[in-house]
Design a protein. Sequence first.
Length: 95
Amino acid sequence: MSRRVTRLVLTRMLKVNVYVSPTTETVNTLNAYLSAHGLTATPATSAGDVVTLDVTVEQANALLGTEYYTFQSTDTGESTVRTLEYSVPASLRDH
């Protein structure tokens, strides 16, 4: 890739990052909520707009006010864990 194309791609990526990056307040609010539950998020993108965290099903149930179930496909027999509804805590809704 030429330097000009590389520079153009990087410039576009930076513009997108500025658009999708969460505010400091949002990051702090999410981190405080997760920390209160003994969890830590790890940014999954350079913009920080997607995070990952390792949780048990029990922790996910508590975090999202839901209950996860194991569903099994009648076609393939493959099992997957899903929920039919969830609730985002009021402190996070505006973020």
